[in-house]
Design a protein around this ligand. Sequence first.
Ligand SMILES: Nc1ncnc2c1ncn2[C@@H]1O[C@H](COP(=O)(O)OP(=O)(O)OP(=O)(O)O)[C@@H](O)[C@H]1O
Length: 232
Amino acid sequence: MVHDLVVRRGGRLVLDGISLGIGRGSVTGLLGPSGCGKSTLIRAIMGIQVVESGRVSVLGQPAGSPSPRSRVGYVTQRPALYDDLTVRQNLAYFARLTGAPRDRIDEALALVDLGRVQDQRTSDLSGGQRARVSLASALLGQPEVLVLDEPTVGLDPVLRQELWHTFRGLAEAGTSLLVSSHVMDEAARCDDLLLMRDGTLLSSGPPDELRARTGEQDLEAAFLQLATEASS
Ligand SMILES: Nc1ncnc2c1ncn2[C@@H]1O[C@H](COP(=O)(O)OP(=O)(O)OP(=O)(O)O)[C@@H](O)[C@H]1O
């Protein structure tokens, strides 16, 4: 839950009074052009961003509190993996760091469908496989909330589709996902959409609600219409 959040970075207003909520067991897409403040909002939700004013809580606790932290998984834009270790060794390392039981490694590998490459060195993986190793490391702790900052950036359409399939499976199993993207064609895959522009939220709600509100079937056209209305 985010209430009236204001963030300034380098003296610039980057988030200008954002309020939103995220549904449980669903995929919420955070969409907007590059530089609109998506990563900053995600950092605030993870409790690692200095905020000027407003409130952010996750699972009923203030963002960044120790207790929800283990229940919240976070995948940043740059996967932090050890290239000289195998996939399994990377996950074993993160399991040790986070105190996750070792048998959880097999479950996480299965969830992201990487069992077959578990003994390959991470340096030899494709971009999509690397993204999924990073996702698997966030799944080790069986998080209730999973926050992913542009997980599909730089991936080809087939890999993107596979990753979205994984997200859907996780949501169906009860995880709440917040997924940021600047690619509007990913919007239709979400249960709820948060559309951002210049540090403000243009709209929030299911894709169909956005279509009905704007009279546009195409979500990119709907976004453009809202952006035009907001600046006029
Ligand atoms: N450390 C910083 N100091 C000052 N300004 C910053 C800093 N980091 C980001 N910004 C500015 O804050 C704004 C929002 O950045 P943010 O990274 O949140 O956007 P974004 O929507 O996630 O972009 P992208 O899709 O490119 O990752 C941008 O205008 C950026 O220039």
